[in-house]
Write a new protein. Sequence first.
Length: 393
Amino acid sequence: MAIAKKIQQFMEKASWIRKMFEEGAALKKEYGERNVFDFSLGNPNLEPPDKFNDVFMRIAGEKIPGKHGYMSNAGYAETRDAIAEYLSEEHGKEIFGRHIIMTCGAGGALNVVLKTLLDQSDEVVIPLPYFVEYNFYVDNHNGTSRLVKTRDDFSLDLDEIESALSPQTKAVLINSPNNPTGRVYDEKSISGLAQILDKKSREFGKEIYLVSDEPYNKIVYDGVKVPSILSAYKNSILVTSYSKDLSIPGERLGFIAVNPEAAPLDQLLNGLIFCNRTLGFVNAPAFIQRVVQHLQGISVDIKIYQRKRDLLCTALREMGYSFIRPEGAFYLFPRTPLNDIEFVRELQQERILTVPGSGFGCPGFMRIAYCVEDWVIEGALPGFRKLADKYIA
Ligand SMILES: Cc1ncc(COP(=O)(O)O)c(C=O)c1O
């Protein structure tokens, strides 16, 4: 076969999420759209906020010279300034436009960060369960993923992280609110992690970066707030996007925010801008940068996701499923009463599509993406109940 062996192997093992999505598409063809309950993909079902459409239409009508041209590889200065102003307020520290690099979503941002940081065989410590694309992203840039367990409630296990750190560690990559668990790592665990990273950086005589992937940081419930990594740790890099909070994943816009105290700051910023260019992104999409400049702090109505979470949690709890109530994002990660792949296959017989925990490095669980219409949740409940009656008694 002509393609690289490694890619062949990756594709065989890869993405349960995509696999279930494809199988769902086949089921929908057979049974009709309304008879399949698809919780496989984290594709936000809400439309972007009205303000997004208003600004989009206004800017579409404006005559701006060079509107569709190349720009600085870091993105438009006006957009970066607007983001920096918003972040300064949110994180309670001075951040300027030069600390922001516009990217092609959070996925693009992570690739830029890892390309910039990693030498051959450098390690990236990642808590489990995790967004499985991280493995491929780390491999893209010749690094090695070092997966570490979290506690039973999916909070960070700082002892596990500490013992995984070594002179090979270049970064710790966390994701909060978490996909697939919905866990938000609290202030105490973030400051504890920062202390460990400080201590180990000194011990190994090198910077260990804390990269926090936060595309869901506005999607939080019950008054929970995502702690600021930029305030907690000097060598921190925040990665995020507008995919989930503005419901525009197809537009591919995100950004990297580098802690102004990170070292060596200029080298880091220049490296990130260089990699944004040389990975072939060149710059993040122009038009949407102009739009989000005017949408700082805006998001879809989070209460709608909260209501969906409550609907699903109440029903599944009553059936006997066991899970940690999500604090953010739009995923529920219950235990499966039997092997996760078998259980997910059984659910598929009920025309319910979920993703096995194995797809996130965590067998024995399943991910239910509840960013779906209410009828999908309501329609799936009899199937969930049937299997609960059969296996959880
Ligand atoms: C944890 C996490 N990180 C990154 C991404 C990629 O986001 P984007 O669409 O902004 O590239 C996703 C998308 O689902 C995600 O769940």
